[in-house]
Design a protein around this ligand. Structure first.
Ligand code: PMP
Length: 439
């Protein structure tokens, strides 16, 4: 079979048998997969046709240490040979899970101390809501069940996390988001306080926020927002949950984004960068006083968990991945490369009249396409998907966000990205914007 036959065979099999996550079934049937990837090295991925791309999104904001790390493959192989799997239900345990829990407790800010492992971010979210509700029940407040979330938020697509997600497009598959979830303005601490007062603090279990909103279009909060949120949560006995699934492990130029604002949440959620995507893993870290309360009050079985909670191979890979992030100083690189990224973004904004707001923190950023940034006028059609497609043709993978008003291009390259590569990324981006808007 030659290469072309192989490509055609895989396209047909994909269309007949593979239901993709968050994708257009119609487009899949009409166009087939946009690319069938086969290899990765550093910040680059290659598809079946041999075309190489800069992975400007670290795939799904997660391949922090870049592709082709043989040492992570070696760790996975060694762990698989030794103990491929062992469950952590009841009181079974395994060394990689224990060591990774301790490592995460040490590296997360403040007194965050005990880890519940999941397979990914959606499960981490559902775990956090259940733990928050369970916690208040144990403390004698069974009516503290509601979760306040934010508009534009993305927390995953399991049933609970779909409800917490504040992008209404994601609510179309289900009858409606659960009434236990309330969505407020993403950057108004005042509204948080008002809603807690309206609902009554005796009904609110937790408030959840991404410190930097990711999938909603990369939105960085005003300087004192998270600090104010922390104070309000304390004032009304509401648990504060920080969803660091995208922002954790160096993405924003700090190990965890909460550190930019010196805020310690009650629960911190992680996934993605914990293994750089080399194995699936996520989790919830809880603060010491909450852990102490649980130890004292939870007499029966904690009836929550997943087969892969504490997967030994995922945890071994996670530990090694974190070593790489630390040893190669990738958080520092995220900061310095992030400054370069800011410079290029500014250049693009100065030079192209259709680029409105630009924003970034470390190695996560976004830019807004507008017909007239002065008057905030938008194009009648969304332009960012055309630019993202153009960039892909030119060898750069980016992502667009087109919910409601937004016409945004977002990027989050691997944390290993260096000067030359950043220049190439932004020159392709700039050329792609110009090619689409000037034609
Ligand atoms: N929370 C946030 C902030 C996310 O960005 C995501 C995924 N992009 C999730 C949760 C869900 O994670 P997963 O897709 O691993 O379930």
């Amino acid at each position: 079979m030659n290469q072309l036959q192989l490509i055609n065979e895989l396209i047909e099999l994909d269309q007949n048998h593979f239901l993709h996550p968050t994708s257009s079934i119609k487009q899949q049937q009409e166009e087939g997969p946009a690319a069938i990837f086969t290899e990765g090295k550093g910040i680059y991925v290659t598809d079946l046709s041999g075309k190489t791309y800069i992975e400007g999104m670290s795939s799904l904001w997660n391949v922090h240490v870049g592709y082709g790390r043989k040492e992570l493959a070696e760790t996975a192989r060694a762990q698989m040979e030794k103990l491929a799997f062992s469950n952590c239900f009841s009181t079974f345990s395994n060394e990689p899970a224990i060591r990774l829990a301790k490592k995460i407790a040490d590296m997360t800010p403040g007194d965050l101390q005990a880890v519940f492992f999941t397979s990914g971010g959606s499960e981490a979210n559902d775990t956090a809501y259940k733990l928050a509700q369970y916690y208040w029940k144990l403390k004698g407040f069974p009516n503290k069940t509601k979760i306040i979330s934010r508009k534009q938020a993305y927390h995953g697509l399991a049933v609970g996390s779909t409800s917490a997600t504040g992008i209404s497009a994601f609510h179309t598959m289900t009858p409606s988001p659960s009434p236990e979830f309330i969505h407020i303005d993403p950057f108004s601490a005042e509204e948080l306080e008002q809603v807690i007062q309206q609902e009554g603090e005796e009904h609110i279990a937790a408030f959840i926020a991404e410190p930097v909103q990711g999938a909603g279009g990369v939105h960085i909060p005003p300087p004192d927002y998270l600090e104010n949120v922390r104070k309000i949560c304390d004032k009304y006995n509401v648990l504060m949950i920080a969803d660091e699934v995208i922002t954790g492990f160096g993405r924003t130029g700090k190990m965890f984004a909460c550190e930019h604002w010196n805020v310690v949440p009650d629960f911190m959620l992680f996934a993605k960068g914990v293994t750089s995507g080399y194995m699936p893993l996520g989790g919830v870290v809880i603060r010491q006083p909450i852990h102490e309360d649980l130890k004292e009050l939870a007499k029966g079985t904690l009836l929550h968990g997943f087969t892969y909670s504490g997967h030994p191979v995922s945890c071994a890979v996670g530990l090694h991945n974190i070593d790489i992030i630390e040893e190669e100083k990738l958080v520092e690189n995220s900061r310095t490369a992030g400054e370069e990224m800011k410079y290029h973004l500014q250049q693009i904004q100065d030079e192209i009249p259709y680029v409105g707001d630009v924003r970034s923190l470390g190695l996560i950023g976004g830019l807004e396409i507008m017909k007239n940034p002065e008057t905030n006028e938008r194009f009648t059609e969304k332009i960012s998907p055309l630019i993202v497609k153009e960039a892909r043709n030119r060898g750069l993978i980016l992502r667009n966000v087109v919910f409601e008003e937004a016409d945004t291009i977002v990027f989050a390259p691997p944390l290993i990205i260096q000067g030359e590569e950043i220049m190439t990324l932004f020159s392709i981006l700039k050329d792609s914007i110009l090619a689409v808007l000037n034609h």
